[in-house]
Design a protein around this ligand. Structure first.
Ligand code: TXA
Ligand code: MG
Length: 339
């Protein structure tokens, strides 16, 4: 049995497993992570194996306080300006859904960072994650606890279904609050870049440190090439074929037997229902009745997991407004659809 509710006892057991080179899945405020001791190359190799993750895709390293940042990062390599930005962001937005790319500490083995001299580091806003990290080595490498390319887990059951007994322990802390992975931000180069939009909205980051390059701007700059190792197009994909549509497109979309429609808000759903009068074979879901981006983000993977289980023939999903968390929602929907 590798599934336990969160308690002092299960946390201590989890920390012990990590110290001995095992894998522990744990909740964070974003999604469940598949944790390994960030200093143990063999444990890190297991993470790649269990996830079926290519070795060129680096892991995020989780810490449990700003004070322990230097366990994972080498801050002596930062210039004054980058250091200023780092602490501005860390002191205001940590703990939280923001991973910062920084020069790595030499004690972090190369396998964790796919051979890069930088590491993405984050201090999660979740008590269970923080306790587990501080009871273990203080630095826990954890990708999302799903097979590579599949939907991210927002519940312990998702982890169990996808990875089963390959994980030594799954700590069940209930559904995650944000439901989307962290924003990955590179602050080391002159042009600060969002490498992956996520739970920390771009606007919040920009209020503190000024303009940052968004995903679209980088695609233009790189002529469509990957901006970061993990920016593979087909990622976060449900098993069912997914098509993304804007509001006008989804309203005019006719249904087929057993197809599923995922609306962003009730007003779009109502307009579509009135137009098409769907029969009972059509599965209809709404991310957020009144179009709240936070609610929509927290329900996105959850709802896609559900639709996969319903065995719909196809999923048509409405894109969110491209602002705030909508940027991350649309990024996941579009990448889940490109197959
Ligand atoms: O919310 C999250 O970030 C979750 C929870 C568990 O914390 N973790 C997560 O990890 O989503 P993962 O491994 O699924 O995604 C890590 C992303 C990838 O896109 C990877 O390419 C990028 O972070 N990344 C990691 N290290 C990097 C580095 N040194 N430079 C650039 N990108 C990096
Ligand atoms: Mg992932």
């Amino acid at each position: 049995m590798n599934f336990l509710p969160v308690s002092q006892e299960s946390l201590e057991k989890g920390a012990e497993i990590l110290k001995n080179g095992g894998l522990v899945a744990f909740p964070t405020e974003t999604v469940y992570g598949l944790g390994a001791d960030a200093f143990n190359p063999k444990a890190l190799a297991k993470v790649f194996e269990v996830k079926g993750r290519p070795h060129f895709d680096p892991l995020i390293i989780h810490i449990s306080s700003i004070d322990t940042l230097e366990k994972a990062a080498d801050l002596t390599l930062l210039n004054d300006e980058t250091r200023r930005r780092l602490f501005l962001l860390a002191e205001n937005l940590w703990p939280g859904p923001l991973s910062l790319v920084l020069p790595k500490n030499e004690k972090i083995p190369g396998i964790a960072t796919a051979g890069l001299s930088t590491a993405a580091i984050r201090f999660p806003d979740h008590e269970t994650a923080q306790k587990l990290i501080s009871l273990s080595s203080g630095a826990v490498a954890a990708p999302s606890a799903n097979p590579f390319g599949a939907l991210s887990p927002t519940r312990a059951q998702h982890v169990h279904r996808a990875l089963g007994e390959k994980v030594d322990l799954i700590l069940d802390g209930g559904p995650t609050r944000i439901g989307l992975e962290s924003t990955v931000l590179d602050i080391t180069s002159e042009n600060i870049k969002i490498l992956r939009p996520g739970g920390m909205p771009r606007e919040t980051i920009e209020k503190l440190i000024g303009p940052v390059l968004s995903i679209q701007e980088q695609h233009n700059e790189h002529g469509g090439a990957h901006a970061s190792p993990g920016q593979l197009k087909s990622h976060y994909a449900p098993k069912t074929q997914l098509t993304t549509l804007n509001r006008e497109e989804i309203i005019s979309k006719t249904f087929e037997t057993n197809s599923a429609f995922l609306f962003f808000d009730n007003s779009t759903k109502d307009e579509w229902v009135n137009t098409h009068k769907p029969d009972k074979t059509v599965i209809v879901r709404v991310l957020s009745g009144n179009g709240n981006l936070l609610e929509a983000a927290s329900r996105l993977f959850e709802t896609l997991h559900e639709l996969d289980n319903e065995k719909a023939s196809k999923i048509y999903a409405q894109l969110a407004p491209q602002e705030g968390l909508g940027e991350a929602i649309n990024d996941r929907l579009k990448r889940g659809s490109s197959r």
